[in-house]
Ligand binder design. Structure first.
Ligand code: KMH
Ligand code: ZN
Length: 270
């Protein structure tokens, strides 16, 4: 089995310091957290940006500062979010791709998102895919619901997406696909030849589905974006604590953890 790629989603767009006091918000906090996660076994960092007051932003200058601060401290693969936050325009969501990070997320369809709608019009997503290709940025295909993997498979056939795609199954968003073993097995069964995949379980499913992915040959995303707890009723002390636990489980299960350069090879990054 390939070595395990651990992605850490440090901040997200929705979690607040009130939810998780250790949430990294500004570029320095994000970079320090990224370095701690690299030492704990992460190889990819999924980035969201915030204004100083904690509200989400896709501002190029903020992303530039975050990326420079992260690169100064560690060699993690940088993956920017083009999901941003519900309600942002497609144009502002796409902006950080201009900074040519190694990877960026690409949501493969619209979905209810708690009390909101996370809107991903096919025309916008096609424009995102083309912009990523033009900037040499590898998309990570975000799958929140079953129909989205069908769309991805169609787009791969049409040549709109890489022929060896990397997927992220985000399971457990209220209104989207549930965080169950059956849901994960269904999505895995739909993967095209040569694809790699990660699972991002929301809440307690981060640990449970992450452990499944280790056994099944997938990869794992952890971090405060998806889950702020270490266990029921006990907040995690840091993103790195969540990374360390998955790295420890993987090694206990005799699966080694990838360094950033090993992850680059597995993901086909240059
Ligand atoms: N904040 C969510 C609405 C991504 O980063 O690509 C979307 C999201 C997905 O977080
Ligand atoms: Zn995100």
């Amino acid at each position: 089995m390939d070595k395990l790629i651990i992605t850490v989603a440090l901040t997200g767009a929705e979690v607040t310091k009130a939810d998780q006091p250790a949430l990294p918000i500004n570029p320095q906090e994000i970079a320090i957290a990224a370095e701690e996660c690299a030492l704990a076994g992460a190889s990819v960092v999924h980035l969201h940006a915030r204004h100083a007051d904690g509200t989400p932003t896709q501002d190029l200058a903020v992303y530039r500062d975050i990326m420079a601060a992260v690169r100064a401290r560690c060699d993690l693969i940088i993956q920017v979010s083009t999901g941003g936050a519900v309600g942002m325009t497609a144009q502002e969501r796409l902006d950080p791709v201009r900074l040519k990070p190694e990877m960026a997320t690409l949501s493969m369809g619209s979905v209810n998102f708690g009390g909101d709608v996370f809107l991903n019009h096919p025309a916008d997503m096609e424009a995102f895919a083309k912009a990523m290709a033009a900037h040499g940025v590898q998309p990570e295909l975000e799958i929140f619901d079953a129909g989205m993997i069908a769309t991805a498979n169609l787009w791969i056939k049409k040549g709109l997406l890489p022929s060896r795609p990397h997927f992220d199954f985000v399971l457990g968003v209220p209104g989207a696909m549930p965080a169950t073993p059956e849901a994960l097995m269904y999505l895995k069964s739909q993967l095209p030849e040569g694809a790699t995949w990660t699972v991002a379980g929301i809440g307690p499913a981060q640990l449970q589905l992450g452990t499944m992915a280790i056994v099944l040959g997938g990869h794992v995303r952890v971090g405060f974006e998806d889950n702020v707890y270490f266990r029921k009723g006990e907040l995690a002390t840091s993103n790195a604590q969540l990374v360390q636990r998955i790295a420890d489980i993987s090694r206990l299960l005799e699966r080694s953890v990838a360094t950033p350069d090993e992850a680059r090879k597995l993901l086909g990054l240059k």
